[in-house]
Ligand binder design. Structure first.
Ligand SMILES: [Zn+2]
Length: 143
């Protein structure tokens, strides 16, 4: 699914949800999932708990993650991306992020509260290699 053609358009509404999640747990990192429809377009932000409650690393709550993935299946949605925030550093995957990137078919979204307005960048992380995927914020609420 994640390899289907995505036009790089990301709804501004979802961006705002990610940024407000990041702000609400600052100075800790926030993390969560983005669900996509069957055409591989992002349509829903699912904030998760960072069980580390740390400003430099994150781990999603496995129980929450399991429940959400079950919900997604019943809604015919798919996992599209994993997002997290860097409270004070650039929105680029850290060495730890790269080491712990176990989903080559998902996008990795990163925002940073260091910059205003907070940027949102999109990456693939495969075999320890990071490649950026162009992302454009779109005014469409839904694709
Ligand atoms: Zn990170």
């Amino acid at each position: 699914m994640a390899d289907s053609v995505w036009d790089g358009m990301f709804p501004k509404l979802l961006y705002e949800e990610i940024v407000s999640h990041a702000r609400s747990v600052y100075p800790e990192e926030c993390c969560g999932l983005v669900a996509g429809d069957s055409d591989g377009r992002p349509i829903k932000v699912l904030p998760m708990t960072n069980i580390y409650h740390s400003p430099t690393r994150y781990q999603m709550d496995p129980k929450e993650q399991f429940r959400i993935q079950k919900d997604l299946r019943s809604e015919h949605l798919e996992l599209w991306a994993i997002y997290h925030s860097h409270p004070a550093t650039e929105p680029f995957p850290s060495q730890t992020d790269i080491r712990l990137a176990f989903y080559p078919d998902l996008f990795y979204l990163l925002t940073s509260l260091r910059d205003t307005p907070p940027p949102l960048r999109c990456f693939r992380i495969r075999d320890g290699k990071v490649s950026e995927v162009p992302l454009t914020l779109s005014d469409r609420a839904r694709p």
